[in-house]
Design a protein around this ligand. Sequence first.
Ligand SMILES: [Zn+2]
Ligand SMILES: [Zn+2]
Length: 274
Amino acid sequence: MLKANYHTHTKLCNHAEGMPEDYIKEAISLGFKELGMSDHGPVPREFMSEEEYLNNWIQRNMTLEEYYSIYLPALDEAISKYGSKIKIYKGLEVEYIPGHEEYYIGLKANLDYLNLGIHYFLSDGIEKNSYDDVNYKTIYDYADIAIKGMETGIYNCLVHPDLFYFNYKNEEGKQVFDKHCIKVSHMICETASRLGIYLEVNANGLANSLKYGHKDEWLYPRKEFWEIAKTYPNLRIIIGADAHKIKNLYSADVKAVEEFAHKLGLKVEDYMKI
Ligand SMILES: [Zn+2]
Ligand SMILES: [Zn+2]
């Protein structure tokens, strides 16, 4: 039974519903002890070309202006209203673009934690999309960004670390969890384990897998990845709802992921130490 969730979106990202207060009320009624809000963070337009910006759907994210004038005040208001009933953490889900460390540190100055989500990654000088552009070569660029991001010490958790498999293509253009996937899984788990950064088993992967025609097979959370993760005894693992709807805070998919982790024998922590 889930007691906390640290991956929660709001309507400010333009592909989710609700504001912090809506999720907090739901979390209280579910008996959660902690809730972390972590909507998709703003990305300044000048960080990449227009093509990269659009290819990676960043136009949907909240703007810097909305971050300061809407998101942070909504969190503070929710904390003053509900803070005695549930522990509320202020966070964001952001990327890692090398060279912009100061920017992420600046965002974190107003927050309790940052989730690192690699929705795009620098490869051959271009920000490539993790849902479209991962193959037996570019998978190492995905891993490189994940590892360098974790090594900055800015982030608390790498969410959906196994997203690289979403549309992965091997040398023959087939989707197989091959030696490259295995190697990258070890690289990510070793780094997270060494640095004490949480890896998240992401419940939104089920809906995303289904949306792309994979009925019985989850693209992520990916069993092969988490079997490797299990071999790192000190690795910190958390389950994340990645809720884009209020009802998804503790949905059938979250329960299925709890069952998945339990069956695999993963040592999942109830709370993220922030
Ligand atoms: Zn999202
Ligand atoms: Zn998310």
